[in-house]
Design a protein around this ligand. Sequence first.
Ligand code: CP
Length: 326
Amino acid sequence: MPKILHNNPQLNKNGELQHLLSIEGLPKSIVNHILDTASSFVGISDREVKKVPLMRGKSVFNLFFENSTRTRTTFEIAAKRLSADVINLNIQASSASKGESLLDTIDNLSAMHADMFVVRHAQSGAPYLIAKHLVETGQSHVHVVNAGDGRHAHPTQGLLDMYTIRHYKKDFTNLRVAIVGDILHSRVARSDIHALTTLGVPEVRAIGPHTLLPGGLDQMGVRTFTDMNEGLKDVDVIIMLRLQSERMSGALLPSAQEYFKSYGLTPERLALAKPDAIVMHPGPMNRGVEIDSAVADGSQAVILPQVTFGIAVRMAVMSILAGTHG
Ligand code: CP
């Protein structure tokens, strides 16, 4: 019997997390619950036995229709540490390359008793479509995690970024956070902005050229700067973004070299931030385009810890979802 979707399709009728599709609209209590649960998983990496049985017998399907290094691998590690069976669908070698529709692929994998789909797709909204389809076909027990959809959202990246900030800065309510670069095409920027404002960060800044700053940032409570030196003044956290050339149509920038001159994070520019500011980057990083190697490898960079925290955060998300029912 098809069910009507709840207003917020991520939550079940009890207000519990049923799918993770976007940070937008997630209650602060759920965001904090995910971060707290992740804390309890961080130490597992240092144990001799790095596994807990929370998802024993569950099947997690990784469906990456777009390339990935960090997200796909850390989801796989996270699911294995939760004792789930993990199936990485090779999209290039799958029937998707023969014209099978996304939802037909989902139906066939559901027929193999999938419990969770982790989905990355170039099309914004693809994970929503899958979640809606599962509800409408009476498969509410199957969970969907958005691992990045188009330029829309990358919620687990947003959550691991929040975990990293909380780890180094402890309290969100006295921070200035700058997000720098190609905000227009960035699903990470969108997820970070929603997470930062949900968690009560009083000042979120977006720094970039006019052509890469989307409209509507003011309404999201974000201060915009086109001058990087001005925007970095006294910030606690700097989140650098990659130029998303694959999502750019037409010439939005003169050249990578010109971009680096105006928006590359160099040691001199980093010195404008607070002395204990941390530097983050979701990866993949383009050295010499948005960030100087001296900063990327410097003492203020927390780029590799972000990746490590990503495992605990993804364990938290999957174990919380696996504990809820439609
Ligand atoms: N941060 C991020 O999404 O990296 P990948 O594209 O390598 O997964």
